[in-house]
Write a protein that binds this ligand. Structure first.
Ligand SMILES: [Zn+2]
Length: 549
């Protein structure tokens, strides 16, 4: 408590200075991230901080940005990003800038580089346009300690994994991601995840899960994700929530009910989602998990053994029918194959026909096995119902996240979510379909993920917050990326400011690279100022202070 008071005394004089602003954004409707209705105000920025929100009149400013007719909002925070793919090649992350994203959070789906300190140090050395944060991947920890094998961890291994999770938190992670669908996460008993979750929770982290199964057993997976939060004693999040394959369409009614019931009994469970009816992951998602144990070499050996190959094929056929294939090989199209870049953009039916075969499920399964044998590919799967997308989006517990990465413009055939997620919500689901109000959509992309991550100085337009600010035209903001023409930037986001510097100005990418690594809640001693949500007497500005120490 005394520390709170001291910090306030120290910082208030800074805020009350009346020197010139570096930037004033004037005339726009303010959607401030809270979800409250928009209002008119000018935004004054000094250094990397918002210092005023209100009528600033003719106050002196180095730059005055006219934003009449536009909406000004906090920069969007993408809580599920694979941005480490591409951040080196494209440090501007232009796809993200043009949909209003100013912070990406990496390390999802159980996968992160290790150690986290080395990973983040590498990012710190890059001159990047947007902010960068990360989770630590449970699968990556298990791979390092146990390997890619289907067995329980020994007590010694478990202790080692817990120590690694704790170290990752001290290195700056925001929590533990799991990818229980993927090798080796799929070999992990729930109890083992809970052991790691307890460690991470004590250090202020959350759990975020690519669930064990998102098709026939999606409800069991939701129960497991809730259980990890409940028994692990930490907030838990269903990431990119969806229900895959026709037999599972409509199950979001029940999954949302499970979330509702869990919250009613005090489990802090939330959801994120991308606004598309197709998912994207490796082609191995069609292969039964037992066949993937041990990695590529072991998988190829199984494919070469006739009896095992037959079992693998039968399972792939089944997945093409009722899971990610959604009943037609046309529903699966290739993003990229390292071994043959010309396959990008082709679907499984076309690939099967190009082998001189009819595009039956059985023949398409042969094509899949061939691709897997050659090292695998990434793919897009059209197997989600629009009704589920809308229902999940309307849930009060859902925030928006891309699950995308940073594509090199023109290369491969990535899922359009990398270019379009946030603009698509504003264009299609706010303006056209009226699924969300504009203010609510902004909240689900800014203050809600910030609250989830306990990033207390971003995600809102308020004095004292970091100046991550976007200006967009609500009448034209739209995604342009399509499945068969993915390399198209979103439109309508005119200006993007990160840490007080414009990285996009009048639709043009600037030379500024103000992006920072945002450290997680246990990263350094400064963060210890944050003592939990109970310290109400410190006032709402306190958290904004601790990050700037
Ligand atoms: Zn995922």
């Amino acid at each position: 408590m005394p520390r709170c008071v001291l910090l306030l005394l120290f910082t208030l004089p800074l805020w009350s200075q009346s020197a010139a602003y570096d930037v004033i954004i004037t005339g726009a409707r303010v959607a401030d991230g809270s979800g409250s209705p928009w209002y008119f105000a000018d935004i004054g920025v000094r250094g990397d901080t918002i210092v005023a929100v209100g009528a600033l009149g003719n106050a002196p400013a180095a730059a005055r940005i006219d934003a009449h007719g536009m909406v000004v909002a906090p920069g969007f925070i993408d809580i599920h990003s694979h941005g480490r793919r591409g951040i080196n090649a494209v440090p501007t992350a232009e796809n993200y800038l043009r949909e209003g994203v100013t912070t990406i959070v990496e390390g999802p789906d159980g996968s992160s580089p290790l150690p986290i300190s080395t990973f983040l140090d590498g990012i710190r050395k890059l001159p990047i346009s947007i902010n960068f944060a990360t989770f630590v991947g449970q699968g990556s920890i298990r791979q390092a300690v146990v390997g890619l094998v289907d067995r329980r961890a020994t007590p010694e291994e478990l202790e080692k994994m817990k120590a690694m999770a704790a170290q990752a938190m001290r290195d700056g992670a925001f929590g533990l991601s799991t990818g229980l669908f993927y090798v080796p996460g799929n070999f992990t008993p729930t109890e083992e995840v809970i052991e790691l979750a307890r460690v991470v929770g004590k250090l202020g982290g959350i759990h975020i899960s690519h669930m064990r199964e998102e098709a026939a057993h999606v409800l069991d997976s939701v129960r497991e994700t809730i259980r990890i939060g409940e028994e692990g004693g930490l907030p838990t999040q269903i990431t990119h929530h969806k229900t895959i394959g026709q037999p599972s369409w409509g199950r979001s009614v029940d999954s949302l009910k499970l979330v509702e019931e869990a919250r009613a009994r005090g489990v802090d469970v939330t959801i994120d989602q991308y606004p598309y009816t197709a998912s994207s992951t490796g082609i191995a998602a069609l292969v039964p998990q037992w066949a993937l144990e041990g990695g590529q070499k072991s998988t190829s050996e199984r494919l070469a053994a006739p009896e095992q190959r037959a079992r693998i094929k039968a399972a792939i056929v089944q997945n093409l029918k009722v899971d990610r294939g959604a009943g037609d090989p046309k529903n699966v199209s290739i993003v990229n194959c390292q071994f043959d870049r010309t396959l990008a953009g082709k679907n499984l039916a076309q690939l099967t026909e190009s082998r001189g075969q009819q595009a039956t499920m059985e023949n398409a399964a042969e094509t899949v096995m061939d691709l897997v044998n050659k090292g695998g590919c990434s793919a897009v799967y059209h197997a989600i119902a629009e009704e589920d997308v809308v229902r999940i989006m309307r849930s009060p517990y859902t925030m928006i996240a891309s699950d995308g990465d940073i594509p090199v413009f023109g290369q491969a055939a990535p899922h359009p979510r990398s270019y379009g997620t946030f603009a698509r919500v504003l264009g299609v689901y706010v303006r056209e379909k009226h699924v969300l109000t504009l203010e609510d959509a902004v909240r689900r992309m800014s203050s809600y993920p910030a609250q989830r991550l306990k990033i207390w100085d971003r995600g809102m337009l308020r004095p004292g917050m970091k100046a991550d600010i976007i200006v967009f035209d609500p009448a034209t903001v739209a995604d342009r990326a399509e499945y068969d023409k993915p390399h198209q930037y979103s439109v309508g986001v005119r200006d993007v400011m990160v840490n007080g510097k414009f990285v996009l100005r009048q639709d043009k990418v600037t030379a500024e690279r103000p992006g920072r690594v945002i450290p997680g809640p246990s990263a350094n001693s400064a963060s210890m100022v944050y003592t939990g949500l109970n310290s109400g007497s410190c006032g709402s500005r306190l958290p904004a202070i601790q990050r700037s120490v």
